[in-house]
Ligand binder design. Structure first.
Ligand SMILES: [Zn+2]
Length: 337
């Protein structure tokens, strides 16, 4: 029996040398079935296929590098893992491929999806990379987030921005505003453009929105918060204001919106007005969510703020809106997948 095995191995090795095949592990095969199958490999090329792709996580994160291996079933019913010899294709120009490594762009957003095709000789297989910038992976031990500039960064009382973070693409919004302070008339470019679209769309429905307060620097938030503390005490300040570094307004992705019907104030009653209802029902179409829904202060850390919208991009905002969850709950649900 042993002699037979050696003989078969020699046959296989000879076939491999003659055919110029670079496959390595086939010589390990010892059964007679394997040897027979190898001789018929070229007769039935259709039997070869990709049976498994190793290294594909349930979800991936922005900037992540993924190392891929493929398992090939050859015609002798023998499987083997390969780390080379294949290539990737994707319709997305954002992904970069190097040998068996796929690298995600730094600006990938949660719920972005990439379709990738892997090609090995005459075989191919498609798979999907689904992005989830998990809360647990985007925070350091001091509670400071590590992805301050991504549009899906989650900031709250337990997740602060670096104190020196300033968005590098702030612009002055081009919608009606009611406060003169030039700083708070700013948002990040993409959010400002989405805000313009939203305000114009609202006008089509005879809804006149007014922007009140957008970007706030760390210094502005510090003086605002300290003002609340000295006037009303710390407990009140923590309920209605944000400690410096924990305000979404510092991201340049948030805007407080009001209307003449509430005298351009930030008021709970805004949620009952035509303007507030339009905003709640339509903001997601432009990439915004009402960040602090009613009755969710235990989760978000803030009481109802029908006026405060946060830009997340249309895809993620739509998913959060349809889920009926707060932003915190939505991200936690990804964590548990
Ligand atoms: Zn606000």
């Amino acid at each position: 029996m042993r002699k037979n095995t050696i003989g078969i191995s020699i046959i296989i090795a000879a076939i491999l040398i003659l055919s110029g095949c670079e496959t390595v592990n086939v010589t390990e095969s010892t059964s007679k079935t394997d040897a027979t199958a190898v001789t018929t490999e070229t007769d039935n090329p259709g039997e070869r296929k990709i049976v498994d792709i190793d290294g594909l996580p349930v979800s991936v994160m922005a900037g992540e590098e993924i190392f891929i291996r493929v398992q090939i079933l050859d015609a002798n019913n023998h499987t083997q893992w390969h780390e080379t010899g294949f290539e990737f294709n994707s319709e997305s120009d954002d992904l970069t491929f190097e040998s068996n490594v796929i690298r995600l762009p730094e600006n990938s957003l949660t719920d972005d999806i990439y379709h990738v095709k892997i090609v090995f000789e005459d075989m191919e297989e498609e798979f999907i990379l689904s992005v989830a910038n998990l809360l647990s992976q985007t925070i350091d031990e001091k509670g400071v987030i590590t992805n301050p500039s991504t549009y899906d960064a989650v900031i709250n009382k337990a997740r602060s921005l670096p104190s020196d973070y300033v968005p590098d693409d702030l612009v002055t919004v081009e919608v009606p505003t009611c406060l003169p302070n030039p700083e708070i008339r700013q948002m990040r470019r993409i959010a400002s453009e989405a805000l313009s679209e939203m305000f114009e769309d609202a006008l089509q429905d005879d809804v006149e929105l007014v922007a009140r307060s957008g970007y706030r620097s760390h210094a502005t938030q510090t003086s605002l918060y300290n003002g609340y503390v000295s006037k009303y005490g710390q407990e009140y300040a923590d309920k209605y204001s944000a400690r410096p570094g924990t305000s979404e307004h510092q991201t340049g992705l948030a805007m407080d919106i009001t209307a003449q019907s509430v005298n351009l104030q930030l008021d709970d009653n805004f949620g009952k007005t035509k303007e507030g209802q339009w905003l709640a029902q339509n903001a997601y179409r432009f990439g915004f969510i009402i960040r602090y829904p009613e009755g969710m202060e235990n989760v978000t850390g803030y009481f109802y703020e029908p006026w405060h919208v946060r830009y997340l991009g249309v895809n993620l905002a739509t998913n959060v809106y349809n889920s009926g969850l707060t932003l915190e709950e939505y991200f936690l649900s990804l964590e548990n997948n």
